[in-house]
Ligand binder design. Structure first.
Ligand code: URA
Length: 205
């Protein structure tokens, strides 16, 4: 599958530039998720990096190469095409400073739409900001990864009051080269995600 051309084309963006998001948008474009979501697992990073902004696909730089290689090793050939890989905030932040709480608030609808479409049973939350977002203890002080990695958090998710399901959140170190010492823990989390997805009874759309 061509990168960035996943089957989920209806995950359209709703980006109101004037709504309060403070991300500088000079040469920056919103980047949606990648993959088909055939396996009910989502990988969510914080925001696209510079390489991603150029190629317009999430996780294609050094961190992306590692996480995609790990996904393929755990899920088999082309595993990365069967899961869904995306970001909490869709625009690259200048100098990788990361989004603030308002940026996340104003962009969150895009991720919610992707989640509603993929309906993941498991979300691998890459890094402290994303993990904290999902388990409900958000910025300005994200939870330290070492206190949450390896644990499973169950969160309820609903599109509306009728359509509600549970997702398991797996906090995971961000796969960036500066976290090389945690690579085996990252692999363990991806393996755990596979185990959970295999026993999950979640109904897909
Ligand atoms: N890091 C992220 O969090 N997301 C990307 O898309 C790339 C690197």
């Amino acid at each position: 599958m061509e990168r960035g051309r996943g089957s989920l084309k209806d995950c359209s963006f709703d980006c109101n530039y004037k709504s309060g998001c403070g991300i500088t948008r000079i040469n920056v474009v919103p980047i949606g998720g990648d993959g088909s979501g055939q396996i009910n697992i989502m990988f969510v990073g914080r925001d696209p990096g510079n390489n991603e902004n150029i190629q317009k696909v999430p996780f294609v730089g050094d961190a992306g190469k590692f996480i995609r290689m790990t996904i393929n090793a755990v899920f088999g050939e082309n595993g990365e095409d069967k899961v869904f890989i995306t970001n909490l905030v869709k625009c690259h932040t200048e100098n990788n400073i990361g989004p603030n709480e308002l940026d996340v608030k104003h962009c969150a609808g895009n991720l919610r739409r992707e989640i509603a479409r993929v309906r993941p049973a498991v979300v691998v939350a890459l890094g402290e900001t994303v993990s904290s977002y999902f388990i409900g203890r958000f910025l300005p002080t994200p939870i330290k990864m070492k206190s949450i990695v390896g644990k499973r958090y169950i969160v309820k998710y609903s599109i509306n009051k009728v359509d509600e399901w549970k997702m398991i959140i797996l906090p995971c170190y961000h796969p960036s080269p500066r976290n090389i010492q945690y690579y085996s823990q990252i692999r363990d989390v991806v393996k755990d995600a596979k185990r959970i997805s295999e026993i999950s009874q979640v109904t897909r759309i």
